[in-house]
Design a protein around this ligand. Structure first.
Ligand code: NAD
Ligand code: DAU
Length: 378
């Protein structure tokens, strides 16, 4: 029997605990799974940091049938008293919760460690306890899926990372993510828990917090504000549409082998310059908005994943970069209320701290400046 035809590990109707389910990718997962109307019940546990937003779950809450299968709990994954009973009530736990922005991990790393290391440990302890209780009662263990990132491989100048490559994280964010993964591995080996890990590529789409490259540049461009491109803008990322990322995670949850890690590649490896040119074209805004600003310290030049292990269990992305970017840009144009609210509170203070001196030192940069030969990624 191939893995694709094997019975899914988690069946329709399961009870899922989704941590970080009010964030960008987690909320997409919740919306997409509940929209299948297959009886699955989801509890979202989310601390609602600046990046978490109940409004991301509004499409579910406005649908009576789906809303009846969703429960929302505001809380911290690093709190055992909150986590224990929720895990005990679940067939599977998907951990999306994290501090997710590399630039903020350079400014303030502590929360990254608390959520990415202590939080993951608290979840693993709860999974271990609930699985042992389930075993005594003759039920299957609680399956745990840790959402990780391609950034754990560090900067990959050539070729594509495979799951057995060394972990060489280079930012506090990616170091915390790597630590979380290693804890998962230790609980599989030492305590025999049922767990899988996914390493996803750079993700984009609707409901993405405007601190990240694509939504920051789309929303700044809508307001005719400068677009702060780090360094020469020739860093490369492989872009993954958010519903493909959520779908791949769900596929690994159901078909992945315990103890294994799966790369989730994107559909388009591109330079940042090419991404910016594409979004400006969709918006009908000029390249002259772009400023080359001092680079992010330790900036990873390139990420690239080998996706053959994921393909072997039957998953393939569905959305091209062209279609995904068009849908994303159009969503931000149609949802100004959402992103203007996300750019409130401490946004101005963050923006000034991250970009104030950078933009003061910024310079206009030609679309093709410094390219001695045509970029092979075009
Ligand atoms: P996000 O910042 O949009 O969402 C994170 C969510 O986690 C928020 O809702 C936040 O409130 C919640 N959260 C943070 N700390 C918490 C805590 N201690 N307890 C409970 N909830 C907490 O992030 P995202 O972009 O949706 O990323 C989700 C996951 O995917 C993260 O683990 C991230 O490392 C990983 N990832 C992201 C990308 C990407 O490109 N966005 C790519 C690969 C992997
Ligand atoms: O690769 C997966 C990772 O992708 C996830 O694990 C992270 O959670 C997610 O934030 C993302 O990390 P990046 O650092 O790659 O994404 P970000 O959107 O911050 O930056 C994308 C590229 O754009 C990167 O080369 C830095 C550059 N950039 C970013 C910002 C915010 C700029 O040039 N200017 C900017 O203002």
């Amino acid at each position: 029997m191939t893995s694709e035809s094997a019975p899914p590990r988690i069946a329709p109707g399961a009870r899922l605990l989704v941590t970080g389910g009010a964030g960008f990718i987690g909320s997409c997962y919740v919306r997409d799974v509940l929209a299948r109307r297959d009886g699955t019940r989801i509890t979202v546990l989310d601390k609602l940091t600046y990046a978490g937003n109940r409004a991301n779950l509004e499409p579910v809450e406005q649908d009576l049938e789906q809303a009846a299968r969703l429960r929302f709990v505001q809380g911290d994954i690093a709190e055992p008293g909150i986590v224990g009973p929720l895990v005990a009530d679940a067939d599977a736990v998907l951990n999306f919760a994290a501090e997710s922005h590399v630039d903020r991990s350079i400014l303030d790393p502590e929360a990254f460690l608390r959520t990415g290391v202590i939080g993951v440990h608290v979840l693993l302890e709860a999974v271990r306890a609930a699985s042992s209780a389930a075993g005594l009662a003759g039920r299957p263990p609680v399956r745990f899926l840790q959402v990780s990132t391609d950034e754990v491989y560090g900067s990959v100048e050539d070729g594509h990372s495979t799951e057995n490559d060394r972990l060489e994280p280079r930012s506090p964010y990616s170091a915390a993510k790597a630590a979380g993964e290693l804890l998962v591995r230790s609980y599989v080996v030492t305590h025999g828990i049922d767990a899988v890990v996914t390493r996803g590529s750079n993700t984009y789409g609707p409901y993405h917090h405007p601190e990240k490259l694509i939504p920051l540049f789309v929303t700044n461009a809508i307001d005719d504000q400068p677009l702060p491109l780090y360094g020469d803008g020739l860093q490369r990322r492989d872009w993954l549409y958010v519903s493909d990322h959520a779908g791949a995670i769900d596929h690994v949850l159901r078909h992945g082998t315990s103890g294994e890690t799966y790369n989730l590649p994107g559909s388009a490896e591109m330079t940042n310059r090419d991404v910016v040119a594409a979004l400006l074209e969709r918006l009908g805004k000029p390249w002259s908005l772009v400023r080359s600003v001092p680079d992010r310290p330790g900036h990873d030049r390139r990420y690239a994943l080998d996706g053959s292990k994921l393909a072997a269990i039957g998953w393939h992305n569905r959305t091209s970069f062209e279609d995904g970017l068009a849908a994303t840009v159009d969503w931000y144009r149609a949802n100004e209320r959402w992103w203007r609210a996300a750019r409130s509170g401490d946004w101005d203070a963050y923006y000034e701290r991250q970009y104030g001196t950078r933009l003061a030192a910024g310079q206009a940069i030609g679309r093709d400046a410094g390219l001695t030969s045509p970029d092979p990624g075009r």
